[in-house]
Write a protein that binds this ligand. Structure first.
Ligand code: HEC
Ligand code: HEC
Ligand code: HEC
Ligand code: HEC
Ligand code: HEC
Length: 351
């Protein structure tokens, strides 16, 4: 911090020119390099514009000191303003950033979605997503994330398309198919699922369910992944608190006026993932195939029966022979009629 003085300064044209040069500079430069010597900025707590003078530039990125990755520090102003957080000031989430060159001593605390963001809701209560963050933290995905497994979703996998500064309202804006896509991106990726010892058939088996078929017919008020598994608190089947644990699954179907009074057999029918159960229970596999053979067999017998019946009543084999001969005669007549025309064409073209 050798250039630091206590004097307040505004970002000069010179400073901005240097900063514009920084955009996508693949160099490792100390932050101080980007302001003319002896200048130091202090930010007012609500001065979002000052932050955006630098961070609002597209491609405001630099290569970090280990030279292994490019850090993108740009915040798209338009997307930020349109986001659910657009009315917040940068410092409400980044309280350590009070001056430039930035001083992060000790190292900057990464902003978590469960933090107290120093804002209040319309009723004056402190605003935080701690409840959702805790629920997510206790879920199978949160546990996987804590193990530093990058296959697990983070809040930003589903909100903001990866950017913490472009999060839009989730509740009403998401259609049923978009909601499903949030889970399907990972759960239909067989490589990711196999790596994590999770069934690869969750999505394909759901797609064979009544619920998904209803979606295909345009129904929007039917169950997708989140309705049975919850949005943020997803737990595996063998966890006692899981909405899909055998002891709870009937209650899950009965929620929100969906299927009041549902019982276990109802819950584990073709409504969700019959395929997963069939994989687990050989008897069901046998029954499924037995009924397939039975149905196909009955159909074939029925068709043969009809054919024989028609033959007995109308002698269709003889009819078919007659028909073929009639068609043959007609074709012959047609060729005869076309012969003069063909001769004529031949004369013009070849002779
Ligand atoms: C003069 C240009 C400039 C201004 C104005 C500015 N920043 Fe920065 N900011 C930078 C540069 C350059 C870096 C990367 C080097 C560093 O960390 O100091 C950075 C880094 C950051 C980081 C990431 C630190 C890290 O490495 O993880 C955050 C967060 C940040 N700025 C927030 C803000 C906020 C909030 C404001 C407004 C209160 C602001 N900045 C104003 C230039 C600026
Ligand atoms: C709702 C809270 C919130 C607000 C408001 C907010 N940020 Fe952030 N910001 C985050 C989160 C979350 C991260 C990602 C975690 C981290 O690096 O701390 C982040 C990261 C950053 C980074 C580092 C990016 C990186 O890849 O290392 C910069 C720079 C930054 N923010 C600048 C700003 C600026 C400038 C503003 C105001 C225009 C702002 N932020 C407003 C939550 C916020
Ligand atoms: C797998 C995707 C997914 C992940 C991961 C996720 N969310 Fe959500 N979130 C959603 C969906 C979908 C909705 C809309 C829910 C609805 O329709 O009611 C939502 C709604 C929300 C809401 C608004 C509704 C409410 O319950 O208050 C908040 C706040 C929220 N999420 C925060 C978070 C936070 C914080 C994290 C990380 C700890 C996170 N989300 C992780 C998909 C996700
Ligand atoms: C970013 C990728 C990703 C997204 C998005 C995602 N998951 Fe997962 N999910 C995983 C991974 C990885 C695991 C394995 C966790 C483990 O066991 O360590 C997992 C585990 C699970 C499990 C437990 C499976 C088991 O056998 O233990 C269920 C159930 C589940 N996810 C459902 C969902 C639902 C429902 C959604 C949408 C709301 C969703 N997931 C979104 C990656 C994802
Ligand atoms: C109608 C409710 C319902 C819907 C909709 C639903 N599931 Fe399930 N899911 C269940 C039930 C119940 C089980 C347990 C099935 C079993 O064990 O036979 C389950 C099991 C799973 C498992 C295996 C969990 C484990 O611990 O073994 C995964 C992964 C999963 N579902 C993901 C999804 C995804 C992804 C979607 C959306 C594409 C989805 N589910 C839609 C109810 C549902």
């Amino acid at each position: 911090m050798k250039h630091r003085t206590s004097q307040r300064a505004h970002l000069s044209a010179h400073g901005l020119a240097l900063l514009a040069g920084l955009s996508l500079l693949p160099a490792t430069l100390p932050a101080q390099t980007f302001l003319p010597d002896q200048q130091h900025l202090f930010f007012k707590a609500d001065d979002t514009k000052a932050c955006l003078k630098c961070h609002g530039m597209a491609n405001f990125a630099f290569r970090d000191s280990s030279l292994t990755r490019v850090r993108d520090l740009s915040v798209a102003a338009a997307a930020y303003n349109a986001s659910v957080h657009g009315s917040l000031h940068c410092q409400q989430c980044h309280p350590e950033v009070k001056e430039y060159p930035h001083r992060f001593e000790p190292a900057r605390k990464v902003v978590g979605c469960g933090d107290d963001c120093h804002a209040t809701d319309p009723k004056g209560a402190p605003y935080t997503h701690a409840k959702v963050a805790d629920e997510f933290g206790a879920s199978v995905h949160g546990a996987t994330l804590k193990k530093k497994n990058s296959d697990a979703p983070t809040c930003l996998s589903c909100h903001g398309k990866g950017s913490p500064h472009a999060i839009v309202k989730a509740r009403k804006a998401v259609t049923i198919t978009e909601k499903m896509a949030l889970c399907v991106t990972c759960h239909d990726d067989h490589a990711v699922m196999t790596r994590n010892k999770v069934t690869t058939e969750a999505v394909s088996s759901y797609k064979r369910s009544f619920h998904y078929k209803a979606i295909r017919f345009g129904e929007t008020n039917t169950a997708v992944c989140q309705d049975c598994h919850t949005v943020h608190g997803v737990l595996p089947r063998d966890s006692a608190r899981s909405t899909i644990a055998p002891a709870n699954v009937a209650r899950t179907c009965g929620q929100d006026k969906c299927h009041p009074g549902a019982n276990m057999n109802f819950a584990m029918s073709g409504a969700n993932h019959l395929g997963l159960r069939i994989e687990r229970e050989p008897l069901l596999w046998f029954m499924e195939n037995f009924f397939l053979v039975l149905t196909l067999g009955t159909l074939v017998m029925l068709l043969v029966g009809i054919a024989l019946d028609v033959q007995r009543k109308y002698g269709w084999l003889a009819l078919a022979g007659k028909g073929t001969r009639a068609v043959g005669r007609r074709t012959l007549r047609l060729t005869e009629a076309a012969r003069p025309a063909l001769r004529f064409a031949k004369r013009i073209l070849i002779d």
